[in-house]
Design a protein around this ligand. Structure first.
Ligand code: RUQ
Ligand code: CUA
Length: 646
């Protein structure tokens, strides 16, 4: 029997076998160093080990689907059969694509892409009349963090909030329509990165600016980085108005909130105030900023605020020393992620350039603000989890799971043991490490960001996929890996390729998400379109009519019902600005129509019972067919009409 694996792969496989047999706690990395120390020119020795049992084609029980199958489906069912539904919705950020994605978990099937900061050819988003008012001409964005609105510590099924790091914006997607409903600019900010909503109710959404700039950023102080500052911004999650900002000296990276509405948290990796990489990494210590919301709101109410530049938003200046507004908890070198445990007790802050995570006891923060203890005294544990810790998920059973970028592992550790070890007890908080492939950024677990964390599924969003998929050219997909958390040892069950570049994801029980099946027209887009139609006395759901609005302006109102538009031709003059409104009067689930005007770069989607509109110029004389691009009926190809331009 021939072995088609490369020599290198044989060695790796046999190492994996040895590791699995020896100790589930060791990693290939530390094993490798042990191995080479033991056997010197070890390649031959280990490749021999791979031949054990007489056949070299059955390789070691690598983590992954094969291992799960050979174990006879021990653990959770991870295959979702055709026609069966997933147990969870996964909300994935879309990174530089500017969009938001919905995956089913555990199938990892991509169910939907929701355009947010990008334009979308399929739906017309970003180019139709309503969504143009959201984007205001900008067509790129960089979504990193996705979080849903909460009530009483659990998702309330209303909104998804997502940041745009590139243009310092916050967007909201409605869960009923699964469409973007609001986009706002965050004043005085650059590099808006971490965001997090309050968890006790749909209250404030906090947004961190990662990049420090002069304030106002109008050309002053450009050469004096000591004057640069960053803003922690509070947005009302209901009205989407910016309520207030706190100005601090350090940069602000990831964000989190407690479960009671008392605090928000931000990691600061540049307490040095540097502007070059060397400067930003100079100190061995940075901070977790803790914002005291009651004290900040009292300062705002008392008018102890300023405004910056053109913005009217009240800004509280909290630069400098610790104060009733902000306390700075010292943590090791350049922390990145901060996550709060589902019991609401701990804020866990990842070291990034330190192999540790710092566990802050939230109940001690009242004493920190009262000046009874030092900020650092709120740190109750600091376990060593590996090189390059970034983010932590939780299982609701007292364990944390930290993504470790440099080591390419997920480390499972026990919070209580970490606290005891920090207090001096001889106990090892590290439970297990599992290899992920490769260079994991965010991780998250089912319901981990809520008090209902259920410890079933863990996802590791790996930045590099290298050899895990077919080569598709220099730009590789990313690798989102699914891990079963219920088995004795963490079990990798799935690799899922994703397009660049999801940063973060939350995994939400499906009973909490109840979108519409057809439009109910109760969203901002429909209010906007109804108001326009009212100007012409048009009922969008029944009227088919051409209205001349001026010498060079025409509105065309039509309805659609499979397989026809109820207006099959209309006339305009060359040079007219044409605004076409289409209302889909089909009242049937999954029966979307579209409107595409040939040769005019016009295309948009209209969902059942919804309306959409698009404005373009009829710049040439002639006959132009418009047609429905969404397959809707056996006579879908006949669903078309003519625009006559004279
Ligand atoms: S970040 S890989 Cu933009 Cu959330 Cu940590
Ligand atoms: Cu309507 Cu195709």
């Amino acid at each position: 029997m021939s072995d088609t694996r490369s020599r290198k792969q044989q060695i790796i496989d046999s190492l994996d076998a040895q590791i699995a047999a020896a100790s589930p706690h060791s990693t290939r990395r530390n094993f490798l160093s042990v191995a080479s120390a033991l056997v010197g020119g070890g390649a031959v020795a280990w490749s021999m080990a791979g031949c054990e049992g007489g056949t070299t084609t059955t390789t070691a029980p690598k983590t992954g689907a094969t291992a799960a199958k050979s174990a006879g489906h021990e653990g959770l069912e991870y295959e979702v059969a055709p026609g069966k539904l997933d147990d969870y919705y996964g909300f994935w950020s879309g990174g530089q694509s500017g969009e938001l994605r919905i995956l089913g978990v555990p199938s990892m099937r991509e169910l939907k892409r929701i355009p947010v900061f990008n334009t979308d050819a399929a739906t017309g988003y970003g180019r139709d009349d309503w969504s143009k008012t959201l984007l205001k001409g900008k067509v790129s964005g960089d979504t990193h963090h996705v979080h849903l609105s909460y009530t009483d510590g659990v998702y309330d099924g209303r909104y998804v909030y997502v940041n745009d790091k590139a243009q310092a914006r916050l967007a909201r997607v409605r869960i009923d329509t699964m469409e973007t409903d609001t986009i706002i600019d965050l004043p005085n900010s650059q590099g808006t990165h971490g965001i997090f909503p309050q968890r006790h109710k749909t209250g404030l959404v906090f947004c961190n600016s990662e990049f420090r700039t002069p304030q106002p950023n109008d050309g002053r102080d450009m050469d004096d980085p000591t004057k640069y500052a960053a803003l922690h911004t509070a947005v009302d999650g209901e009205t989407m108005e910016v309520k207030w900002q706190v100005m601090v000296e350090g940069n602000l990276d990831l964000c989190a909130t407690d479960y009671e509405g008392k605090y928000s948290f931000a990691c600061c990796y540049n307490s040095e105030g540097g502007v070059t990489l060397e400067q930003m990494m100079a100190n061995d210590q940075d901070y977790l900023y803790v914002f005291n919301l009651a004290n900040i709101e009292a300062a705002v109410a008392a008018g102890k605020t300023m405004t910056i530049g053109d913005s009217k938003v009240p800004v509280v200046d909290a630069r400098g020393d610790n104060s009733p507004l902000v306390q700075r908890v010292p943590v090791p070198k350049s922390p990145h992620g901060v996550n709060v445990s589902p019991d609401g007790k701990y804020a866990v802050c990842s070291g990034k350039l330190s192999p540790t995570v710092s566990v802050v006891d939230i109940s001690k923060l009242a004493d920190v603000f009262a000046g009874k203890i030092k900020p650092r005294d709120a740190v109750v544990a600091e376990p060593e989890v590996g090189l390059g810790p970034l983010h932590t998920a939780f299982d609701g059973r007292g364990n944390g799971y930290t993504s470790i970028f440099i080591d390419s592992v997920m480390t499972k550790w026990n919070i209580d043991k970490a606290i005891r070890a920090y207090a001096g007890e001889k106990v090892d908080p590290i439970i297990e490490k599992i290899d992920v492939h490769y260079q994991v950024g965010h991780c998250n677990a089912s319901m981990s960001e809520t008090k209902d964390a259920d410890g079933k599924w863990l996802v590791a969003l790996c930045k590099f996929s290298k050899d895990r998929f077919l080569n598709v050219g220099p730009l590789h997909p990313e690798n989102d890996q699914l891990i079963d958390m219920t088995t004795e040892h963490l079990k990798l069950v799935k690799d899922e390729s994703t397009y660049s570049e999801p940063h973060d994801a939350v995994i939400v029980r499906r009973d909490l998400i109840n979108p519409l099946k057809v439009m109910d027209r109760k969203d901002k887009r429909h209010a906007f379109l109804e108001a326009l139609a009212a100007e012409d006395g048009v009922d969008l759901k029944s009227t088919n009519k051409v209205v001349r609005k001026g010498p060079h302006k025409v509105r065309v109102y039509m309805t659609s019902q499979a397989p026809a538009y109820n207006t099959t031709n209309f006339e305009v003059k060359q040079g007219d600005e044409v605004q076409v409104f289409v209302t889909n009067i089909d009242n049937v689930e999954d029966l979307s129509h579209g409107f595409c005007m040939s040769l005019h770069d016009v295309n948009f989607l209209i969902n059942s019972q919804g309306t959409n509109s698009f404005t373009f110029t009829a710049d040439r004389k002639g006959v132009f067919w418009y047609y429905c691009p969404w397959f809707c009926h056996a006579l879908h190809l006949e669903m078309r009409g003519r625009m006559l331009v004279s």
